[in-house]
Design a protein around this ligand. Structure first.
Ligand SMILES: Cc1cc2nc3c(=O)[nH]c(=O)nc-3n(C[C@H](O)[C@H](O)[C@H](O)COP(=O)(O)OP(=O)(O)OC[C@H]3O[C@@H](n4cnc5c(N)ncnc54)[C@H](O)[C@@H]3O)c2cc1C
Length: 374
């Protein structure tokens, strides 16, 4: 069966993650008739946290989306093996911690309230005819005059726009887990050691702690993007870290492991009537906590320039490229060892005593940017 989307100003969005839902709301707020296709039978997310910075938070505010959040007051870098403080860099207002499931639920509720037609269980098997035709796994065909590909780094839209662009394994894997805590401060703590680091921050009412643990590895052999792993492997990787790391990891009873792939930005973001946003356009390493924030910025800015996606891509690329480079650089800085680590930590400790805000102040170009006013 073929259905046709011939309404004036209609747009089809592929993917119901942060990018797709946010873009659906932004387009609907501008008067477009929006259909969103998501392969999952329900809009859910894995149990994990997300750091939202002011640049992404402004988009949520403009969309009228306000999931429950905890304020993030500082980035606190700790020497993993000794437990010694290196620097605690205060953050300004607008930094928050969210549970991914809460963010997706809030976006989905807002999308429905703005009239977005969400089709769940709609797995797109292929995109063709200049992006004007979507083939569903069910055999159905959907025609569209405007397609936004927000189906992530391994989606059908990305495969259509940039079929030859393959990811490289970064030599890093990331575990994600949540453990119970009490009285955890509203700050992101990074326990950094040679070749590995652990990021901890509180979620919801502060009784859960989100853990993201990264380790350097020679190989990633799993056939998939992520998989369940034995908590023992995580504990083994961080053996030798000072308190409170052993106690936190002792509580992990379920953990997922990601192979971190570096695609860089996809070389082209458009083909025919299809335009990529979010991870489909630029899968972002998690070392600057910006993937979802950039996805929110993409969503807002593309909705505002829907009639000229070429101009949108030209305007958007330099900022995204800069953020991707900054995220890559952070991975190196966290994992220093030997003399380079000693020199870096000495400099940071001095900064900690004098003006710790210098560290986060270096990212004002990223956090202060307001796409909702541009
Ligand atoms: C360990 C880790 C920690 C992170 N922490 C942060 C952080 O703190 N802050 C931050 O900003 N970012 C963070 N990120 C990055 C962030 O998670 C991503 O950049 C963001 O979720 C991308 O959203 P998206 O909507 O573009 O893609 P996705 O979240 O991948 O959504 C794509 C959607 O498309 C659907 N889909 C895919 N294929 C099809 C198909 N064929 N048919 C129909 N539907 C389809 C999927 O089911 C999914 O719902 C982190 C990433 C990792 C790995």
């Amino acid at each position: 069966m073929a259905t046709t989307d011939a309404r004036r100003g209609a747009v089809t969005i592929l993917g119901g993650g942060v990018a797709g839902l946010a873009c659906a709301i932004a387009c609907a707020q501008r008067g477009h008739a929006v259909t969103l296709l998501e392969q999952a039978p329900a809009l859910t997310e894995i149990g994990a946290g997300l750091q939202i910075a002011p640049n992404g938070g402004r988009v949520l505010d403009a969309l009228g989306v306000a999931p429950p959040a905890i304020g993030n007051a500082a980035i606190h870098l700790i020497e993993g093996l000794t437990g010694r403080r290196v620097i605690r860099a205060p953050l300004g207002p607008g930094f928050r911690f969210l549970h991914r499931a809460d963010l997706i639920a809030a976006l989905a509720a807002r999308a429905e309230a703005t009239g977005v037609a969400i089709r769940l269980g709609a797995e797109v098997a292929g995109v063709g005819v200049d992006g004007r035709e979507l083939r569903l796994a069910s055999g159905e065909t959907i025609a569209t005059s405007r397609l936004i590909g927000a189906d992530g780094a391994r989606g059908a839209a990305r495969a259509f726009v940039a079929p030859d662009h393959r990811p490289d394994f970064t030599g890093q894997v990331a575990w994600r887990a949540i453990v119970p805590v009490t009285d955890w401060p509203g700050e992101a703590r990074i326990h950094a050691g040679p070749g590995r680091h652990l990021v901890c921050y509180p979620l919801r009412d502060g009784t859960s702690l989100n853990l993201v643990a990264v380790e350097e590895r020679a190989e990633w052999a799993a056939e998939g993007w992520s998989r369940r792993d034995a908590p023992e492997n995580l504990r083994r990787a961080f053996a030798g870290f000072a308190d409170p790391v052993p106690g936190l990891l002792a509580q992990v009873d379920m953990v997922h492991l990601w192979g971190l792939m570096d695609h860089g930005a996809t070389p082209r973001w458009r083909r025919g009537v299809c335009t990529l946003i979010g991870d489909a356009a630029h899968p972002t390493l998690p070392f600057l906590a910006q993937g979802a924030n950039l996805a929110l910025e993409d969503a807002w800015t593309l909705a505002a320039m829907l009639d000229d996606p070429a101009a949108w891509e030209d305007a958007r690329r330099p900022r995204v490229a800069r953020a991707l480079r900054a995220a890559r650089g952070n991975a190196r800085n966290y994992h220093l060892s030997g003399a380079r680590k000693r020199a870096a930590h000495l400099a940071l400790r001095t900064l900690d005593r004098v003006r710790p805000s210098t560290l986060t102040g270096a990212y004002r170009w990223l956090y202060d940017h307001d796409v909702t006013r541009a």
